[in-house]
Design a protein around this ligand. Sequence first.
Ligand SMILES: Nc1ncnc2c1ncn2[C@@H]1O[C@H](COP(=O)(O)OP(=O)(O)OP(=O)(O)O)[C@@H](O)[C@H]1O
Length: 432
Amino acid sequence: MSLTSETEEHSERADDAKLRLENLDKHFTVNQGILSRILRGESSQYVHAVDDVTVEIAEGEAFGLAGESGCGKTTLGKTAIKLTEPTNGRIVFDGEDVTDLSGDDLKAFRREAQVIHQNPYDSINPRFTVYEWIEEPLIVHGIGTPEEREARVLETLEMAGLEPPEAYAHEYPTELSGGERQRVGIARALVLEPSFLLADEPASMLDVSIRASILDVFERLQTELGLTALYISHDLSLLKHICDRIGIMYLGELVEVGPADEIIDNPQHPYTQALVSSVPRLDPDVDRERIELVGEVPDAVDVPSGCRFHPRCPKLVPPEDVDLEQAVWRAVANLRRDLLEDDLSLTGDETHTPGEIRAEYGVPDELSDPHVEAVLSEALEAFVETEDATLDRLREALESPCERGSIPTYQATDVQRSQCLLHDPDGPYRAG
Ligand SMILES: Nc1ncnc2c1ncn2[C@@H]1O[C@H](COP(=O)(O)OP(=O)(O)OP(=O)(O)O)[C@@H](O)[C@H]1O
């Protein structure tokens, strides 16, 4: 299914959506000195923290966001509930466009959408007692008499599992353990009776022994209060445990979305497959082959063309006229990438022969495809001789379809969407 029909599908279901993000972008301007920009002749550059994300979260749903560090999870979460302004796109909450809310309307929205922070040590003001800290949002929003507020604070402490609430109310946060502080953070988020909760790495700072009990609180609250929640975490096993659906982010884009169990047990996008395979304890009974992810996540300023995962993808699609085994093609593509970027990764400082360069990249001395062999050996000879080769032929002749244009989102299975050419039902490539 193409992106167009996906949009139609969304608009049909839009009424059930608690939160709907449409083509959401959040870009940050890179903080470069004016002088350096003038000298290097560059215009402003942007960090593509979130790019063209379209997704909806249903009423009562727990949605998880996962992906490597820096891929944009926190920025997407914060933008979704307007803790930071989107660069482009629309945010629809309870059927209403909240993208440009301000003033009292924004304040009312803030009551509905609350956040639980990652760090229970930093996020609480130590000068407040637990009672004062949890009562504050009620005062800010002008809610209730002092007696009504007291009743609400104590009730909320109890909901967050701080019992007896009267005993906790007059403590200072510094006197509490990490798990207790996280429960205080939960109580503060709940006191306004929100309908949407953003929990950013809610358990990552906690001891393993405490994590399970905090996750139980989340699960219980969601069932009892019917909350819709967006959980952000590196930890796929945590998300599998508490979420209905999971979205996987890579370099600002949402590359796969589907039911939590399916994302873990039957990942479709090559990036999700690699991410899942790197977590051995996800499912001890499943003997999963570990997929090694080569290289680092690229810079979010200078994002790769086409599929952003293509420089690292173990399933990179070769050009149609290339006939090489996948592992050999990946090795050739790695060497081509570094030659084109003039950034070969070689051991030692001495000059290398074409044969030595090939060996370092795991490219065989003679490729079985004569066309690729001719293009690559010509480029290597030129590179070694002049160190400044014209590499246009290498660039054009061996360009992968994954490097071109923007990759749409496809329906990869009945329940999973994936932004990968391998899932184009009308395309020549097949997922394997
Ligand atoms: N205020 C900001 N100004 C400039 N760049 C930013 C800002 N906030 C985030 N970024 C950049 O945006 C990208 C996405 O960051 P973000 O924190 O959203 O990722 P993340 O997936 O939540 O990472 P982590 O898991 O490490 O928290 C990164 O490249 C980050 O450096």
